[in-house]
Design a protein around this ligand. Structure first.
Ligand code: SIN
Length: 294
């Protein structure tokens, strides 16, 4: 890192997928100066996802770093929240005694989605920190929704330009193998919301598809027709041309832009192996005041 007036020069290595980049020489256990944050945010806008390898940082340091990206989300599925620190979500297949509990850690992660699209306070960033990783599988797949939008035919772009989708966490949860479906209280706290299908990124001005499997249907279209359109677009966006698989290593921290990426987790042997990720999510349209360099 080289100190400049208001930005730092970061050593950023793009990943092979065409989006995502590794940031070298940043220690996430240290406080982040304004100049460093400005540089990180510019890299975040340019690459959509940043990887920091070989990190060691505790809950408070994780929260301090995440807070730089906005207001922390308290997830409505409170069964995943860390006791005493509800801004931290723990995705693990271990029980309180540290043994595999015989259940998938987070069935909702196994479908393509963008975090928090089921809320009017939708997610800006999500950060995952790898505390235990399985020998095989348990990758996180990411889809570049800018590229997916750019790859649509002109007819499809026209068709979806002014469409609005209904996003509903209860609906997407029902698509998964989750034994614990939403309680009435959780459903009341997360009623269906509407978002434009084509989202203009508030910082970059680029258009992307904003869907995923929280989207249950399209406003003003028969349910089945809208659902089929959502499925077509999700399928289009999750094809290999627009996606990458992130293979975790212990100590990796990855932060991504939910405004323009979808993600899903791949299977692993959750009956016998271990996967534990610590997650924070921030909400909001933009952190504000930081221009894109992309
Ligand atoms: C998530 O959906 O936020 C978690 C993704 C993962 O477990 O890889």
């Amino acid at each position: 890192m080289i100190q400049g007036s208001s930005m730092l020069h970061l050593d950023v290595r793009p990943l092979r997928a065409g989006f995502g980049a590794e940031v070298l020489d940043v220690d996430l256990s240290e406080p982040v100066s304004d100049a460093l944050f400005t540089s990180l945010y510019a890299a975040f806008l340019r690459h959509q996802l940043l990887v920091f390898r070989k990190q060691t940082f505790n809950d408070e340091q994780h929260l301090a770093f995440a807070r730089r990206w906005g207001t922390l989300q308290r997830h409505v599925l409170n069964q995943y929240l860390q006791e005493g620190t509800p801004e931290l979500l723990i995705i693990t297949n271990l029980d309180k005694n540290g043994k595999p509990k015989g259940e998938h850690p987070d069935p909702g992660a196994a479908i393509w989605h963008t975090d928090g699209s089921w809320s009017s306070q939708r997610a800006l960033s999500t950060m995952l920190y790898a505390m235990a990783i399985p020998k095989a599988g348990g990758d996180t797949l990411f889809a570049n929704m800018y590229a997916a939008y750019d790859g649509l035919s002109a007819e499809m772009k026209d068709k979806i330009e002014n469409l609005v989708a209904v996003h509903n966490l209860d609906y997407s949860r029902s698509l998964t193998s989750a034994k614990q479906q939403m309680t009435d209280e959780q459903k009341r706290a997360a009623p269906p919301v509407e978002h434009a299908v084509v989202r203009t990124h508030p910082d970059t001005g680029r258009k992307c598809i904003y869907l995923g499997q929280h989207a249950s249907h399209i406003v003003g279209m028969p349910i089945a027709e809208g659902r089929a359109l959502v499925e077509t677009l999700n399928k289009h966006a999750s094809q290999p041309a627009y996606t990458m698989a992130y293979r975790w290593s212990l100590g990796d921290a990855v932060i991504w832009d939910n405004r323009c990426l979808m993600h899903s987790a791949t299977e692993f042997d959750w009956r016998n192996d271990v996967r534990t990720l610590r997650r924070t999510t921030t909400v909001g349209e933009t952190v504000g005041g930081i221009a894109s360099d992309s």
